[in-house]
Design a protein around this ligand. Sequence first.
Ligand code: SDX
Length: 428
Amino acid sequence: MSDKATLEINGEKYEFPILVGSEKEVAIDIKSLRSATGGVITLDPGYKNTGSCESAITFLDGENGVLRYRGYSIEELAEKADFLEVAYLLIFGELPTKEQLDKFDKDIKSHSVVDDDIKKILDAFPKSAHPMGVLSSLTSALTAFYPTSVDVTSEEQMYNSIVRILAKFPVLVAWTLRKKHGLPLDYGDNKLSYVENILKMMFKSPSSDYEQNPILVNALDKLLILHADHEQNCSTSTVRIAGSSHAGLFVSLASGISALWGPLHGGANQAVLEMLEAIKADGGDTKKYMAKAKDKNDPFRLMGFGHRVYKNFDPRAKIIKAAADEVLNDLGIDDPILDIAKGLAKEALEDPYFIDRKLYPNVDFYSGIIYRAMGIPVEMFTVMFALGRLPGWIAQWREMRLRNEPIGRPRQLYIGETLREFKTIEKR
Ligand code: SDX
């Protein structure tokens, strides 16, 4: 492999270094392109061929359906680790020792109370507000209550910001759900594990104790691990570019929550359930929806299918599909929606339109079926995605800041009007 790439423009040749990553991926380093060529740039809408950074956090192999966090396979982590261990691994780079994990857990629990005045902001929202909009607002508002989390010039300040948001975010998630259901806003219990605490804060009835169900605890722990990071996806890139201006961690995360909300990204898990419900209401007529998905004149897409990187099965979808069977079986739930999902996936995977375009079920296709079985309302599905993605966003933001990456400011190719003179209104 040559260590240089050559570009020829108008008979002039320009050489650029070739970089090779630890998994043998190859990149052309074009940092000097504009200065070397007198202003030439590359153009790549959606950054389908453009790397924004070097990162040591998550590796994806889209052709072979591989996902690893800090070198550990998602299959092993989903089976053998718990969510807090994976959060530590993503953020600090190594699986924690027992002492490190205990300290991490203790430090997080020391910040598990949220300023009561946040409830006044929450109260201002109508019950009809989408939880993702509420969550993004409350996460941004945290900065006002914890201003020392903004300027993270020291590793210690950064660590304090990180454990603070890991502690308070689940409370905001639970409050967002409870507000919608007119329930009193509950606090966690520091005697519980991170995931048990989430379930208790979300679901505890004011008039009775909350009894943990290990099936739900295990299912949620696994789902959060599977959503924890995914290299430079849309919302993570948003968190990075917001943080690159040295905006604080909480507001950078709030921008990521907003990006995740879109139905082409994290909002897809809600859109999948709504699509499956529509098919069910339509008498299970999957063929009609397949035809709509393939019709270029119809904006409808098969939600939960396709992926920018995976051109093979999304490894997370495989694990979640198996978990969906297990959870529904353990809970004794016979959900026809799962059968519709499986039927639709089978049809799509045998259809030339999907085969030719390498469209497979992604992480969002089956996850909503488990959330629903757990009693989580559909408009909270993307919030659960954000809860899982939180440590990944934090890890990527921290890496970007520790590597002192430059402020993100892409260029453009201007295709508008060239210089023209102002016309007074009488002459227009
Ligand atoms: C996530 O990036 C990440 O890592 C994201 C994520 C993460 O963990 O952070 O994995 C989470 O966002 C998963 C994706 C969830 N979104 C959906 O399920 C929405 C449905 N999927 C699509 O909108 C689409 O597949 C995307 C957005 C996921 C990817 O779009 P791309 O890479 O821009 O691909 P494209 O739109 O250029 O599609 C290529 C072709 C097109 O057809 P042609 O113009 O070539 O004829 O495939 C078609 C598309 O029309 N196509 C689909 C389709 N997805 C792509 N056709 C029907 N249904 C679909 N779902």
